[in-house]
Write a protein that binds this ligand. Structure first.
Ligand code: FPP
Length: 231
């Protein structure tokens, strides 16, 4: 069992949270952004070295443009608002996913935040934006066939603008009651423990994170070995 974990989260349920309160979906996403701040703070105080969250999947482009536009604006304004706090709190912020379809202003903000926080050592927060696990795998396979050296994990890291190789996920959490991967970190989740909760993302925070970590610590990870071989 690694001492320090890579936790990934599929943040689902913003729309239903808003609908239940007769609010527009946009309000659910804003509440979701606040839940993310609470979760980052909690993660920094626990044995988590990397937190990767699914902020916008490539398939989310299929939503009405009003919603995709609102999400792009929300992601940009929150990164801009939080990057200095991340720097102060020793958090490295980076973004994985395609950049060629993102608004220019968002790409500029991402580059600025990545540069500003590049030395953060407490926690590496990765936002997946216009992310598709399949697209990343295709991209890495093309990179490998063109270069022919290095590991596939390294190629996968290269595929989505990271300075390092793809990192295995220890625990994948999905909120909102659905039980699927939705094209998230397909390679990196090969041996991830999966944790599903009915909690809608805007209601997630330190307490829910602790429930997930508690369940994770009770699991025996075997990586193909016999139970007797596991420490
Ligand atoms: C899924 O809920 C959630 C999203 C597609 C967006 C997640 C984005 C955030 C939490 C904001 C992130 C902010 C920053 C700064 C990264 P859904 O809309 O599919 O909910 P539903 O299934 O209930 O409709």
């Amino acid at each position: 069992m690694p001492d320090s974990l890579h936790v990934a989260i599929i943040m689902d349920g913003n729309g239903r949270w808003a609908h239940q309160r007769n609010l527009p979906r946009k309000a659910g996403h804003s509440a979701g952004a606040q839940a993310l701040l609470n979760t980052i703070e909690a993660a920094g105080a626990r044995d988590i070295h990397m937190l990767t969250v699914y902020a916008f999947s490539s398939d989310n482009w299929n939503r009405p443009s009003k919603e995709t536009h609102a999400l792009m604006t929300l992601i940009r304004t929150r990164i801009r608002r939080e990057m200095h706090r991340c720097q102060k709190e020793n958090i490295r912020l980076s973004v994985i996913g395609r950049r060629d379809r993102l608004p220019n202003r968002l790409v500029e903000t991402i580059c600025e935040a990545e540069e500003l926080t590049r030395d953060g050592a407490l926690l590496h927060l990765r936002l997946a934006v216009d992310y598709s696990g399949r697209h990343a795998l295709e991209h890495a396979a093309r990179y490998m066939s063109g270069n022919g050296h290095g590991s596939f994990s390294h190629a996968l890291g290269k595929a989505y603008h990271t300075r390092e190789s793809a990192s295995d996920v220890d625990l994948l959490i999905r909120t909102g009651g659905e039980k699927r991967l939705s094209d998230f970190l397909l390679w990196e989740c090969a041996y991830a423990e999966l944790y599903f909760t009915d909690c809608w993302w805007p209601d997630f925070g330190a307490q829910e994170l602790d429930l997930a970590l508690g369940e994770f610590r009770r699991r025996q990870r075997r990586f193909g070995c016999l139970p007797s071989q596991c420490t």
